[in-house]
Write a protein that binds this ligand. Structure first.
Ligand code: BGC
Length: 365
């Protein structure tokens, strides 16, 4: 057998073993106007990043000639399940799903499987179901480590200290697997500083359940920060830093701090990071308030997803997948993991403005 043929054959065997080849999709489908129809489901339009995500995937797929049905679920689980079932009925050839509750879609994923529709979990892992084919996301554990590193750097935790550094902890939504992974990465990074007494949490709230924030709700985070401040920060206990996994939660926590005098006199605003590079957070970073955020470039995630969908439809092998990290409770999901960038005042111009992630106009520059 010729070498090329052998390599091709070996590739196919491997791909089939890993479940990475699907029968080439027909180049037409119901509702797609003769084009192959792809379903893209995003959790909510009320958070900036998902709008960017949705647009990036839709535009990329349309450029390749696909018809795209992009739908948002308003953070409402029954709406999301209905949308998925509807798209399956309409003959989508691939489903890209960013879930609200990662464990709530078992029936829909089984329906997709029965209709031979491959499913890509987008950014958030779809849990407890064998009917998930791929996961495309950022390296979430690394994101968590970066969240921890933001505090290590912003609070100079490696420099000698005369007294403990005081922080409080926030995590994301308990029904989103990412929230747990971010928190794990952050806490693993901060552990040595807890162990040697550099860091202290006056509320004692350090377990995931105690610090989680359902639906990443900024108002809920603000309420919790207000309660923490009134309960544990009377007298001269001063909050130095906050672990926060999401920009709107960070900004709300800062608001709660400002309301009790932080940011003036001898109480500087606590050091807080965030995630998603939302416009208000970028402005806050430029103004010297929020310390940092994590840029998850939705353009790259969108492009990676578009490439994955196209390969699935064409029956091509998808390479570069991690096949160890993401067990969804039913099986390990082959995952494409992208990198992120930590953004502070020092590199915000280069990483956010110069790359056009947000335009100067949007940032009011
Ligand atoms: C995403 C984050 C986002 C959060 C809230 C998570 O699943 O990975 O980027 O900040 O959801 O929408």
């Amino acid at each position: 057998m010729k070498l090329v043929k052998k390599v091709l054959l070996a590739g196919m065997v491997l791909a089939i073993a890993a479940g990475t080849v699907f029968a080439g999709g027909k180049q037409e489908s119901a509702g797609g106007g003769g084009k192959t129809l792809i379903g893209v489901i995003m959790p909510t339009r009320s958070e900036e990043r998902w709008i960017k995500d949705g647009n990036a995937v839709k535009e990329g797929l349309e450029k390749l000639g696909y018809a795209v049905e992009l739908q948002y679920s308003d953070d409402d689980i029954p709406t999301q399940t209905r949308q998925i079932d509807d798209l399956i009925t309409r003959g989508v050839k691939v489903l890209v799903i960013a879930s609200i509750d990662g464990s709530a879609l078992g029936t829909q994923l089984a329906n997709a499987k029965a209709a031979n529709v491959p499913v890509i979990a987008y950014d958030r892992l779809l849990m407890q179901s064998p009917n998930v084919d791929y996961y495309v996301t950022f390296d979430n554990y690394k994101v968590g480590q970066q969240m921890g590193n933001i505090l290590v750097k912003g609070l100079s935790l490696d420099a000698p200290k005369k007294k403990p550094v005081i922080i409080e902890l926030f995590a994301g939504s308990p029904d989103d697997n990412n929230a747990t992974v971010f928190y794990q990465g952050a806490m693993d990074t901060l552990k040595p500083y807890f162990d040697n007494g550099t860091l202290q949490v006056p509320s004692g709230q350090t377990g995931f359940t105690a610090v989680a924030t359902l639906r990443w709700d900024a108002a809920e985070a603000q309420k919790r920060m207000e309660n923490l401040l009134s309960r544990y920060y009377s007298g001269n206990v001063v909050l130095d830093g906050i672990l926060s996994p999401y920009d709107p939660m960070s900004l709300s926590a800062l608001e709660a701090c400002k309301a009790v005098g932080y940011g003036s006199g001898n109480k500087p605003l606590p050091v807080v990071g965030g995630q998603d590079c939302v416009v208000a957070a970028v402005k806050s970073i430029m103004a010297g308030e929020q310390y940092a955020t994590i840029l998850k470039d939705t353009r790259s995630l969108g492009a990676a997803t578009v490439e994955m969908v196209d390969k699935i439809i064409k029956g091509q092998t998808i390479s570069g997948l991690d096949t160890t990290q993401y067990n969804n409770g039913a099986k390990v999901i082959p995952s494409l993991l992208l990198d992120v960038v930590v953004v502070t005042k020092d590199n915000v111009q280069k990483e956010v403005v110069d790359t056009g992630y947000h335009t100067r106009a949007v940032l009011g520059l």
